[in-house]
Design a protein around this ligand. Structure first.
Ligand SMILES: Cc1cc2nc3c(=O)[nH]c(=O)nc-3n(C[C@H](O)[C@H](O)[C@H](O)COP(=O)(O)O)c2cc1C
Ligand code: SF4
Length: 630
């Protein structure tokens, strides 16, 4: 059935969108996103037109639509309500709220209402765990859902109020910054770091000066123009900055490898996909420290010699798009982007923002690059790495939002200043996204080396049973480990710090995470596609009281297979939450087990129940004994 909105959508609406992307195959995802946004679906008539206008095969258009959760050819109604379904949303009662909304709107979860008005379903974590439960309505984030706020939303939907006319306070999102350290406290002004960077000189008599003079003589480039980028790179290396996106690779080495890679064009990519459940620190940096992010990207461009940058923003953070574009416009006006930045001839760099469309795997850097190129976000084979073969197979530096912020401050204050903060192996500070069972969820910035116990005390956590560090792909620790430290050498983290108190069932926590991985597996490689589905089925089987010791052993085997043969980090880490909780909270699993050694995942008896009822043979025991007769 056609929704009122879809019926009203005229062909010229998507035709106008397509005009701005004509002949640009790499814009495929962006074009589809914009059409989806305007029409709440990709109208079937638009699909062939997209292929023709962007000059891509029809199969690729369909493949891309099928890959991303937020793109759909099928209409989901004039209003599509998606409940964030992270474990913290669950702990705050999201499923009861979802059920009550379905009841009010007379709609079944996962189906469009008969009149085409509305659909209600769940989606992966929306990055608002500090103010959950949260929902998306037509892609717009609404935090702090209570029965009262949900009632108002239902009324607005039933009255068919256009979203532009919904009260602005419904969409108000807080930063919730609870602890600041050197990064969040810096009195940074746009241009602070770049002015220092372009004024850098080579140390007199240094090898760098000799190399710059040699190139200067050969290529006719002024020596100072070569010294400044090299010295900036040297400061980043001296700082010992390591990536904040999870893997912790040394940033200076990455930049240097990209600078030295053969080729003329280079790219800088900021990874703002932030899809790990429980993580929301990049949301806050992008909202309240966007200049610092863009300045860090521009410092990187200066150091590696790039002329073009992308910020890949997760679709759930669409509400940040306009404010971020305004910051970019201000920076262009201030000559901090564009041609001859700060009057330096040859220092040309600009940034464009690309939106994701609901795929966690696109946070993996090579998948992200595929997505930037307008394709399905399937991770590439590596090597070669993005530093040599990234966007359009050109040298590309991909860094996390927080890494770029730290890089800007290093350019401003120097590498030695930064290295003196934190521990010997983990320089600087780390932003934590603290959520779950605590009085003060939000953003906490600490020097590396801070204990988990300290964070728990600061955020007002009581009777804590466990903390999930770095989201489902990270590690779960119990109370005996709260003196461990947030640091690459002990507890590395991309940022999530999710607290569970004594009332929580860690089996259910792990089960929620296995559902997440099964849902987000991109399906490219068999071990992950099948393995995450098997893991989910096993956890569901245990939850239904049909699990056995055999199943627990199978989980360990599955982990070995996924570690050895999955294509990317998603598959490698998919069993982490189950194994960690099994190790630390085994009784929570064992009390659900049947005492049998083996129990089929398929319940034959339950499957035959309806047939028995229809034939009047409803005695399961009789049925079984008949089968066992010779
Ligand atoms: C499944 C998966 C999801 C990821 N998601 C993110 C993400 O949301 N943000 C991020 O910065 N890095 C993410 N990463 C890590 C990136 O691949 C990459 O290491 C990182 O962006 C590099 O930046 P850094 O060196 O500044 O940490 C993810 C990795 C995997 C395997
Ligand atoms: S491991 Fe999973 S997410 Fe990664 S490529 Fe394979 S199927 Fe895709």
């Amino acid at each position: 059935m056609t929704s009122p909105r879809e019926g009203a959508a005229s062909e010229p609406a998507w035709a106008a969108i397509l005009a701005s992307h004509a002949g640009k195959p790499h814009h495929l995802l962006q074009a589809l996103r914009e059409i989806q946004h305007a029409h709440q679906a990709i109208p079937p008539a638009a699909v062939a037109q997209v292929a023709e206008t962007l000059d891509v095969p029809l199969a690729r258009v369909r493949g891309v639509i099928g890959f991303y959760a937020f793109l759909t050819e099928q209409s989901w109604g004039r209003y599509r309500v998606l409940f964030s379904d992270n474990i913290t949303d669950r702990m705050q009662g999201n499923m009861d709220l979802l059920a009550s909304l379905c009841e009010t709107l007379w709609v079944e979860q996962g189906r469009m209402s008969e009149d085409g008005l509305v659909s209600v379903d769940t989606t992966s974590c929306t990055g608002l765990c500090d103010q959950g439960p949260a929902i998306l309505v037509n892609g717009r984030a609404i935090p702090n859902i209570t029965p009262e706020r949900l009632g108002r939303i239902a009324d607005l939907i039933l009255a068919q109020t256009p979203m532009e006319a919904w009260p602005a306070e419904l969409f108000a999102i807080q930063d919730n910054i609870r602890r600041r350290d050197v990064l969040l406290n810096d009195d940074f002004q746009p241009g602070d770091a770049l002015r220092v960077a372009v004024a850098q000189v080579c140390a007199p008599g240094s090898a760098m000066e000799a190399a710059a003079n040699e190139r200067s003589w050969r290529e006719g480039i002024p020596g100072a123009a070569l010294c400044a980028p090299l010295s900036t790179l040297e400061e980043i290396k001296r700082s010992n900055l390591r990536g904040r996106g999870g893997a912790g690779f040394t940033t200076g080495m990455k930049w240097e490898a990209c600078r030295n890679a053969p080729g003329k064009e280079r790219y800088v990519v900021c990874n703002a996909d932030e899809g790990e459940p429980g993580t929301f620190k990049d949301r806050v940096l992008l909202r309240s420290h966007a200049d610092l992010v863009f300045e860090g990207m521009t410092v990187c461009a200066f150091a590696i010699g790039a002329t073009h940058g992308f910020l890949y923003l997760r679709g759930e953070y669409r509400f940040l798009l306009e404010p971020l574009n305004e910051v970019l416009a201000r920076r262009r006006a201030a000559n901090l982007l564009g041609k001859s930045i700060l009057g330096q001839a040859g220092f040309d760099f600009d940034i464009e923002i690309h939106l994701g469309a609901g795929a966690y795997v696109c946070g993996e850097e090579s998948a992200l690059i595929e997505s930037l190129e307008g394709k399905r976000g399937v991770p590439r084979n590596r090597p070669p790495y993005p530093v040599t073969h990234g966007y359009l197979h050109k040298p590309t530096t991909v860094n996390n939002v927080e890494t770029f912020c730290a890089a800007a401050l290093i350019a401003k204050h120097g590498g030695d200043w930064y290295r003196a903060i934190g521990t010997a192996k983990s320089a600087g500070t780390k932003l934590l996204s603290v959520a779950g069972d605590c009085a003060r969820p939000g953003i906490y910035e600490y020097p590396f080396g801070t204990t988990v116990r300290q964070v728990l005390a600061d955020c007002g956590a009581a009777n804590t049973l466990a903390v999930q560090i770095s989201g489902p792909s990270g590690v779960c620790i119990d109370a005996s480990e709260f003196d461990r430290r947030i640091a690459f050498e002990d507890l590395p983290t991309a940022g999530a710090f999710t607290v569970f108190d004594q009332s929580r069932d860690m089996f259910e926590v792990a089960r929620n995470y296995t559902h997440f991985f099964a849902h987000e597996s991109c399906g490219f490689c068999t071990p992950c596609r099948v393995g995450t589905a098997m893991l989910k089925a096993t956890m569901d089987k245990i939850a239904e009281g049909r699990g056995t010791l055999y199943d627990l052993a199978e989980i360990e085997k599955l982990d070995r297979v996924l570690h050895q043969s999955a294509h990317c980090g998603l598959g490698h880490t998919a069993c982490n939450p189950t194994l960690d909780t099994l190790k630390r909270f085994r009784p929570m699993y064992e009390r659900r087990l049947k005492s049998l050694d083996f129990e089929s995942a398929f319940d034959l008896d339950a499957a035959l129940a309806r047939a028995r009822q229809m034939t009047g043979r409803d005695d399961a025991g009789a049925h079984l004994s008949m089968e066992s007769e010779p």
